[in-house]
Design a protein around this ligand. Structure first.
Ligand code: SF4
Ligand code: SF4
Length: 256
């Protein structure tokens, strides 16, 4: 058995003979199953940039885990398509009626400048670390620039009293309370900010208890500022931390 570790700037597979059952497709890349990471030759797996072209290291690590799960199943003669389950959790970020466990103010601080090792030292030793890292003060500023994209809006329809406070405060006008008696395409047109991107699903709540209307949210324009949840008097809108639970190699399900 062999694992080929490849580092480079381009994918090139001229070294793989074309008569051993590994099919190549667009861009001369191997044809790889997106679920099992196995190519057209049973028992041969690809991941990282070698599978579908350049992505980042996070995807490369995820591919490694998925391919390892497949390799384990392959060695045990199990069906590769029977994948371990994925999961997710949504936990409220509320730590008081109007306060949150994350920093939701916009921070205009500029990106911190990384300090680099002097050129003379870099030229004298090719192995020297170029980036010296942030000082504790710089790191504290830099983390404040986080956009908290793991924090999601969450709506509980039975709690809503239709006071319109969230609709009024939303800076991007992505919330609308409206009747739900027309085809979706028509409803999209009469939102506070018409949702014109048909590829983006819109959120449609259950019927609200007071009038039977619905809360509609266009995810395309939400900036996750949390103002709706901050303003809501009944906590119908909440901001929740999303955590994706991916199966890791050697473990059924691992909490991040
Ligand atoms: S999080 Fe901000 S942008 Fe998104 S719906 Fe709420 S108020 Fe609007
Ligand atoms: S602020 Fe809360 S109670 Fe008022 S309309 Fe919005 S979700 Fe409903």
């Amino acid at each position: 058995d062999a694992v080929v570790l490849a580092i480079g700037q381009d994918n090139a597979f001229p070294w793989i003979e074309r008569d051993i059952g590994i099919e190549f497709g667009e861009w001369e890349m191997p044809v790889v199953n997106r679920s099992t990471f196995e190519c057209s030759r049973p028992g041969v797996f690809f991941g990282g940039d070698a599978a579908w072209g350049p992505e980042n290291i996070i995807w490369a690590v995820a591919h490694g885990h998925q391919a390892a799960i497949s390799i384990h199943a392959h060695c045990e003669g199990r069906d590769l398509t029977a994948r371990p389950p994925q999961g997710m959790t949504l936990v409220s970020a509320k730590v008081g009626m109007q306060s949150w466990s994350y920093h939701n103010d916009y921070d205009p601080v500029h990106r911190q400048k990384m300090t680099h090792e002097e050129l003379s030292k870099r030229f004298s030793d090719i192995g020297v670390e170029v980036e010296l890292g942030f000082t504790p003060e710089q790191a504290a500023h830099e983390v404040q620039r986080c956009l908290n994209c793991d924090i999601q809006t969450h709506f509980t329809a039975p709690l809503c009293i239709e006071c319109d406070a969230c609709v009024d405060v939303c800076p991007t006008r992505c919330l609308t309370i409206t009747r739900n008696d027309s085809p979706l395409e028509e409803l999209r047109q009469r939102l506070s900010a018409p949702a014109l991107n048909p590829d983006q699903d819109i959120y449609l709540s259950d019927a609200l208890p007071q009038t039977g209307r619905v809360m509609v949210k266009d995810e395309d324009v939400c900036v996750h500022c949390g103002l709706c949840a901050e303003r809501c008097p009944t906590a119908a809108w909440d901001m929740r931390t999303f955590d994706l639970k991916l199966p890791y190699a050697g473990q059924e399900l691992v909490l991040r």
